[in-house]
Design a protein around this ligand. Structure first.
Ligand code: ASP
Length: 396
């Protein structure tokens, strides 16, 4: 029996301005098309993820491939990871400066190397030995990003640093006396397990959200979290997106300095019943050369295992890394949570432990999806046998 394929992708989660929405929608639609073509031709989940991510790397709109944020010294430095949930084979590259499509280099590592991860010039050498072409770093830079870096560094020099990636001193590890009542943000235990009573705060529904760009003015009560069946109606998927923002008020965005997180990612389920995940990024604006974020680190910004789920994250990388959040989320699915529940919990946990902001997509081997973010907006798209749907969900 063949499985009905599913492809779920994201194009970043951040305070996306209105005028950036059309470009994101176009990019997401093109990536869905490419990934879905691979799946409908009988390709694997790995093929679909690679195809979808490649399109978004090639699109200047996103912080991946050409058009990425620049490092402090004005260069593009890229990270990507690709993981096959069928056999856990994985390929990652980081700090590459001369590859147009790092997700393709990650695919080569996955398939042709006994190793899992290459960095810098070693990664570039491995890629060229396996047929990839090197480009000049300037080919990856767009004028918009030169300007953005200049503005950022000017503001920093004037004593107005962007604090998006600086960490927040008020977010210290919560201390909780066992048995004592405490706010939701203090109730997670060290194992990350949350008894059902503790889950309650994270299942409270947010006010209805409008799904922009999809023609739906959704004001219906949200269905149960994680209700999307494989190949289920896309309207159901859209309504399900209301659940995606099911974060309590105190976990919604409070930081007005939140900047762009345009990392891209994809998770797919193929007709053979296998899942895969991929994430690709240019990292954070004005990052120190050599800095690696969560996106390409196994279990942090990306993970896939047929026994649990496939996941891709975007957002402020350092807190995501500290919590190994991708693995945290798929482990919850393995423990019985729906992907939607695990997605909502992961974002709530990210914020409650470390004040982190970001977005997550999850896909189980049964085709159930999850998506959540605590940023003002997140760009995403889903393709199933019943059609394609994209949305820019907005936290009100
Ligand atoms: N997570 C990425 C990083 O920290 C940034 C992003 O998602 O936009 O490198």
């Amino acid at each position: 029996m063949t499985t009905r394929p599913v492809l779920l992708i994201h194009g970043g989660a951040w305070a996306m301005p209105d005028d950036a929405i059309p470009a994101h929608e176009r990019g997401i639609a093109a990536a869905l098309h490419a990934g879905w073509s691979a799946l409908s031709r009988g390709g694997t989940a790995v093929d679909a993820v690679e195809a979808a991510v490649t399109i978004m790397e090639d699109d200047d709109t996103f912080d991946a491939g050409r058009g990425s944020f620049l490092t402090r010294d004005g260069r593009v430095q890229l990270d990507a990871l690709l993981m096959n949930g069928a056999d856990l084979r994985t390929g990652g590259v980081a700090c590459v400066e001369r590859l147009r499509n790092p997700i393709q280099a990650a695919r080569l590592v996955l398939e042709k190397s006994p190793h899992v991860y290459f960095v810098g010039t070693g990664a570039e050498r491995f890629a060229t030995q396996n047929g990839m072409r090197l480009v000049d770093n300037t080919e990856l830079i767009v004028p918009r990003e030169r300007q953005r870096l200049m503005d950022f560094q000017r503001a920093e020099a004037a004593g107005h640093p962007d604090t998006t990636f600086s960490g927040k001193s008020e977010f210290t590890t919560p201390t909780h006396t066992p048995g004592a009542p405490g706010p939701a943000s203090e109730t997670w235990d060290d194992a990350g397990s949350a008894p059902s009573t503790r889950l309650a705060p994270f299942t409270r529904l947010a006010p209805p959200t409008r799904l922009e760009g999809d023609g739906l003015q959704s004001v219906h009560p949200a269905p149960a979290a994680g209700a999307l069946a494989p190949g289920g109606a896309l309207v159901e998927a859209a309504l399900n997106a209301e659940v995606l923002n099911a974060l309590p008020d105190e976990l919604r965005l409070t930081d007005p300095t939140l900047n762009s997180h345009d990392t891209v990612g994809a998770v797919a389920l193929d007709q053979f019943g296998n899942i895969a995940a991929g994430t690709s990024t240019g990292g954070t604006l004005s990052k120190a050369p050599g800095r690696v974020g969560d996106s390409s680190l196994i279990g942090c910004g990306c993970y896939a295992d047929n026994l649990s789920a496939a996941v891709s994250l975007t957002g402020w990388g350092e807190p995501i890394m500290k919590l190994v959040l991708g693995k945290w989320a798929v482990d919850r699915v393995a423990a019985g949570a729906t992907p939607q529940q695990a997605a909502s919990d992961a974002i709530a946990y990210l914020y409650s432990r470390l004040g982190g902001h970001g977005g997550i997509i999850l896909l189980g081997p049964d085709g159930q999806i999850g998506l959540a973010h605590n940023t003002p907006r997140m760009a995403w798209g889903i393709a199933t046998s019943t059609g394609h749907h994209l949305g820019i969900t907005r936290n009100s």
